[in-house]
Ligand binder design. Structure first.
Ligand code: SF4
Ligand code: SF4
Length: 115
């Protein structure tokens, strides 16, 4: 069984397009959505992401919805599938933002021991 982990220098989940992430609708309140809108640049990427190094500049103080393993508790899919749910989410973000053959995907697969 593979274990989920977040890898460094990724940030693939730091691009918000709430229209494409409708599954978040009932997990976020108005305050969260206002915060997301204030954090989001015109191209959808979070303003707090150091794009060159793909690191969160406010990591210790990042909002609750950025804390993947805690926020995921709100999803039925996570409660049922646990690591698989998180792994699939990360792969989806990495693939759509960097490509399926990207170095981020390669690093992620290595980190979860799927080569
Ligand atoms: S997509 Fe996954 S591995 Fe990449 S930063 Fe987000 S949680 Fe971490
Ligand atoms: S606050 Fe940090 S973790 Fe959250 S989306 Fe922005 S860069 Fe990513």
């Amino acid at each position: 069984m593979k274990s989920w982990t977040c890898i460094e220098n990724c940030g693939a989940c730091c691009k918000f397009n709430l229209n494409e992430r409708s599954y978040l609708e009932d997990k976020l309140n108005k305050k969260d959505i206002a915060l997301i809108n204030s954090m989001t640049d015109k191209d959808g990427w979070c303003k707090n992401l150091d794009r060159e190094n793909k690191k969160c500049l406010i990591y210790e103080n990042r909002p609750h919805f950025c804390r993947v393993n805690k926020f995921s508790i709100a999803f039925k899919g996570y409660l049922k599938y646990r690591d698989k749910f998180l792994i699939d989410c990360c792969k989806q973000h990495i693939s759509s933002n960097y490509g399926y053959k990207s170095k981020e995907m390669k690093n992620f697969k290595i980190a979860i021991s799927e080569k």
